[in-house]
Ligand binder design. Structure first.
Ligand code: PLP
Length: 273
C-alpha cells in the first residue's frame, strides 16, 4: 500500500472553521440524499484518518505475528459523498466498498476517470444481481447458490471473473444474512465451479460486541471454516473480516481484508427520509 511521502506527517494545518465548505458547496442539489447532507468529513481530515488507519493496521499486524502488508484495507464509503472518495483516492486508497446499488452506480459514473476497484458489500436481492455483476469488481455478500449462479450468468463476457466472498453468519443471529456454517462446505465448492466467478474466500459481519475475546471467537470460526475449505482443495486467499470497532481482533485471527468505514471517513451522513 503506497502512502504518499508526506501522507503521514500531518503537516496539513488545521483549516479555520468553514474553509472545508468547498465540499458542501460543490454538491449539486439534483444529487440524491447522501450528497446533500451537510455533515461530511473534510478532505484533510480524511487524509489524517487514513494515515491513522494504516498505522492501526500495521500495528495490529506486528502485534499478532502477521506479515507486514498482509492485511488490505477496503474503504467502505456508503453514504459518503464522491468528494470523500476522491480525498481517500488522492492518498493512495484504491479499493472502495459500497452497500447500495443506486448510490454505487452514481459514484462509479462520477468517478469513471479513476482506477478505483469497486467492491459490493451490501445485501443482494436476487432481482438485483445484474447491477452487481455488471458494475463491480468484487462482491463480499454472496450467501446463496441461486445468487451466485445469477451473478456468474450475468457477468459480462468482456470483464474478468467477478471476485467473490461467501458471507457466513458465524454468530447465528436470525436477523443477519449469511450462510450457516454447516452450509459452507457444499456452497463454497459449488460456487467455485461457476465459470464467471472467482471464489476468493469467506466474509463475515458478526454481531457487534465490545469484548475482545468474544470478537476473536467469531473471527476464529470464520478462519477455521476457511482452513477446512483449503484442506478440501479450494484455493482461497481472502478472509474479509473486521470493521472500525473490531479490526484488531480480526487481524489477530487472520483477516486479509478489513472493511473500514467510520475509521476512514468519519461518521456517516444521516440518511434523509
Ligand atoms: C458499513 C459496513 C462496514 C464498515 O463499517 P464501519 O463500522 O463504519 O467500519 C463494513 N462492512 C460492511 C458489510 C458494512 O456494511
Amino acid at each position: 500500500m503506497s502512502a504518499r511521502p508526506n501522507g503521514w506527517s500531518c503537516r496539513v494545518a488545521r483549516q479555520p472553521p468553514g474553509s472545508a465548505r468547498g465540499l458542501q458547496h460543490s454538491t449539486p442539489s439534483h444529487l440524491p440524499p447522501y450528497h446533500s447532507v451537510m455533515t461530511t468529513t473534510p478532505a484533510h481530515d480524511i487524509a489524517h484518518r487514513l494515515a491513522a488507519v494504516r498505522q492501526r493496521i500495521r500495528t495490529a499486524e506486528a502485534s499478532y505475528g502477521r506479515q507486514p502488508g498482509s492485511v488490505a484495507l477496503l474503504a467502505v464509503s456508503k453514504r459518503q459523498p464522491v468528494e470523500a472518495l476522491r480525498a481517500a483516492l488522492a492518498e493512495g486508497q484504491q479499493a472502495f466498498g459500497e452497500n447500495y446499488l443506486q448510490e454505487g452506480a452514481e459514484k462509479r459514473e462520477a468517478l469513471a476517470d479513476t482506477p478505483i476497484e469497486w467492491h459490493f458489500v451490501g445485501a443482494i436481492q436476487s432481482n438485483k444481481t445484474r447491477a452487481v455483476a455488471e458494475g463491480f469488481d468484487w462482491v463480499h455478500t454472496v450467501d446463496r447458490l441461486k445468487i451466485a449462479r445469477r451473478l456468474s450468468e450475468q457477468r459480462p463476457a468482456d470483464r474478468p471473473p467477478l471476485q467473490c466472498c461467501l458471507q457466513v453468519n458465524v454468530s447465528g443471529e436470525a436477523s443477519k444474512s449469511g450462510a450457516g456454517p454447516e452450509q459452507v462446505h457444499e456452497l463454497a465448492h459449488a460456487i467455485a465451479e461457476l465459470p464467471h466467478l472467482t471464489l476468493r474466500g469467506l466474509m463475515t459481519l458478526p454481531e457487534a460486541v465490545t469484548d475482545f475475546d468474544a470478537q476473536r471467537a467469531a473471527f476464529r470460526r470464520l478462519r477455521e471454516l476457511q482452513a477446512g475449505l483449503v484442506d478440501g482443495g479450494l484455493r482461497l486467499d481472502t478472509l474479509s473480516m473486521g470493521m472500525s470497532n473490531d479490526l484488531e481482533a480480526a487481524v489477530a485471527e487472520g483477516a486479509t481484508m478489513v472493511r473500514l468505514g467510520t475509521a476512514v471517513f468519519g461518521p456517516r451522513p444521516e440518511k434523509t427520509p
